[in-house]
Design a protein around this ligand. Structure first.
Ligand code: 6GU
Length: 227
């Protein structure tokens, strides 16, 4: 999978992909992330990318021309399965959407800033709008990093079998059960006996019960089947 990202803050999108699983996915050639600096397409000697909004009101809007020029250049080089605008008024990002998008070959992400981007870019280029949750970020970059991370780890071959993405919280609409590691006793805090018993069947049952209880207590909405 190749993911292109258009941003005015490319520095924010360096480190998130340079470590751990994201780094391994790229080293294995399973994921390619290419960050494009919108400022390179800015207008005039100040490389302007935003302007006041028509009709008045506080906050700048990202202009059509730099975005269109950047997008046209990328679209001339390859076909994108989706052109995604990251915005708090987009469709809420969930594991289901991550699973769907992880099957695509080429994605193009646009990070918004200020008051957002000129609506005409949304109408004419964007095929999908994504919000990562009901709160406002100062820009789309951290949301883009989250989307890329969640997709990268779903690509076949990125995770080992024993940490398969299929076992995650949310893949079966349940939160994950509690986990423990050595030592079996820390201060006077014990690990549940069942996990030390060696009875794999009973351990699986216990984990399922714990996952269910945790989901009921914390996220009953997941069990209602409405998400
Ligand atoms: Cl994708 N962008 C911004 N700026 N804020 C958000 C968001 C995205 N998702 C939730 N809040």
């Amino acid at each position: 999978m190749r993911i292109d990202i258009i941003t005015v803050l490319p520095e924010l999108l360096q480190s998130p992909f340079e470590h751990s699983i994201m780094q391994r996915a790229q080293e294995k050639g399973l994921l390619e992330v290419v960050v494009h600096n919108l400022r390179d397409f800015g207008l005039g000697k100040h490389k302007q990318v935003d302007d006041y909004q028509f009709g008045g009101g506080a906050g700048m809007v990202m202009m059509c021309e730099p975005l269109a020029n950047c997008l046209d250049g990328l679209l001339a080089q390859r076909t994108y399965d989706e052109v995604i605008f990251l915005t708090p008024d987009g469709e809420r990002y969930q594991q289901r959407m991550a699973n769907q998008l992880s099957l695509k070959k080429n994605l193009l992400l646009i990070c918004g800033h200020y008051k957002g981007i000129d609506e005409r870019i949304r109408e004419h280029y964007v095929t999908r709008e994504i919000s990562i949750g009901d709160y406002v970020l100062s820009g789309g970059e951290l949301a883009a990093a989250i989307v890329v991370d969640s997709l990268g780890r779903l690509l076949p071959g990125v995770l080992g079998d024993e940490q398969s993405a299929l076992l995650d919280s949310f893949q079966d609409d349940l939160l994950a059960p509690p986990v423990y590691t050595r030592p079996a006793k820390f201060r006077d805090w014990d690990v549940p006996d069942i996990l030390l018993s060696g009875h794999t069947g009973k351990i699986d049952d216990w984990r399922y019960e714990q996952a269910l209880a945790r989901t009921k207590a914390r996220r009953p909405d997941l069990l209602d089947g409405d998400e």
